[in-house]
Design a protein around this ligand. Structure first.
Ligand code: HH2
Length: 283
């Protein structure tokens, strides 16, 4: 897989299943039980059609507290060892901004480093990504998770996000990461109002011209609940997530990061079937 380009490894539309190994997801039991539950969840996501599973041990939700290196390693390493230790390991991405976590994960066989800081956090992460030959996802974020939703401001959000991604792509390539291994992500919900998120989704096609596969995560994000008039609705946004993911795909997204894999796989398969018939000659 690692010799392939990202586009070859994950033909669009690919679904990335979310596996959060964080205390709010797996609060009961000891480390072993948490690991067992996390691995079982990952296997379910893969069985439902996820092309890869994104394992994260540090929440990046708005207002989230940073997690120390030891704690993040304690959360994710046993899960990765268990998932990737078998004969036919699945495609696993590590959602981290810490070089040491990425180093350990890629050494265990993770095929992607998903960095919401786009290599602006840990100065050693670019080198780890370059040495590992894993894929790399660069995400746009204004501010830090703790405060990013306080007062997001842009002159013009789409062109600013595009310029940022172009600049981070150039930085990653200059740091030794092969361009064909890089995905770009507009960072829905990362320092953005409802309107900013909607504008980015509506005009996602403008980011396709950057020439890299786009990864988009709208699933269960708070703006969907706000849009539906319920600021607390985070579990009740499946239909909204499906609509937003399908529209993102239709505008050029390659990988959709989702919590509810099966319905997204089905919705995206339908959208792809429609897309494939777009150019069919009329008789
Ligand atoms: N969103 C979250 C986390 N990681 N990575 C990428 N590339 N794109 C995203 O949109 C993205 C991401 C936040 O969502 P969630 O997994 O629901 O929350 P948490 O950060 O608590 O894991």
């Amino acid at each position: 897989m690692l010799r392939q380009s990202l586009a070859e490894a994950f033909p669009r539309p690919a679904v990335m299943g979310v596996l959060n190994v964080t205390p709010d997801s797996f609060s009961d039991g000891g480390v072993y039980r948490e690991t067992e539950a996390a691995v079982a969840r990952a296997r379910t996501l893969l069985a439902e059609g996820a092309a890869l599973v994104d394992v994260g041990g540090s929440s990046t939700r708005p207002g989230a507290e940073p997690v120390g290196l030891d704690e993040e390693l304690r959360r994710v390493v046993p899960v990765l060892e268990c998932l990737l230790g078998g004969e036919r390991p699945p495609a696993v991405s590590i959602d981290t901004s810490k070089a040491e976590v990425a180093r350990r994960a890629t050494a265990l066989g993770a095929v992607m480093v998903n960095d919401v800081t786009a290599l602006r956090g840990d100065p050693e992460l670019a080198g780890v990504a370059a040495d590992s030959s894993a894929f790399l996802c660069l995400v746009h974020m204004q501010g830090e998770p703790g405060t990013m939703q306080a007062n997001p401001r842009y002159g013009e959000v789409v062109s600013e996000v595009k310029a940022f991604l172009e600049q981070r792509l150039a930085f990653a390539v200059a740091s030794g990461v092969a361009e064909q291994r890089i995905a770009l992500d507009p960072g829905i919900g990362f320092g953005k109002t409802v309107q900013h998120n909607l504008q980015l989704l509506a005009r996602l096609g403008e980011l396709v011209t950057l020439g890299r596969p786009l990864l988009v995560g709208v699933s269960r994000k708070r703006f969907l609940g706000r849009l539906l008039g319920d600021t607390e609705a985070t579990q009740g946004t499946l239909a909204a997530s499906l609509a937003a993911s399908v529209l993102a795909y239709e505008r050029g997204a390659s990988i959709l990061r989702v919590h509810d894999v099966r319905p997204h796989v089905e919705a995206l398969a339908t959208a792809r079937a429609v897309e494939e018939n777009k150019a069919w000659p009329r008789s």
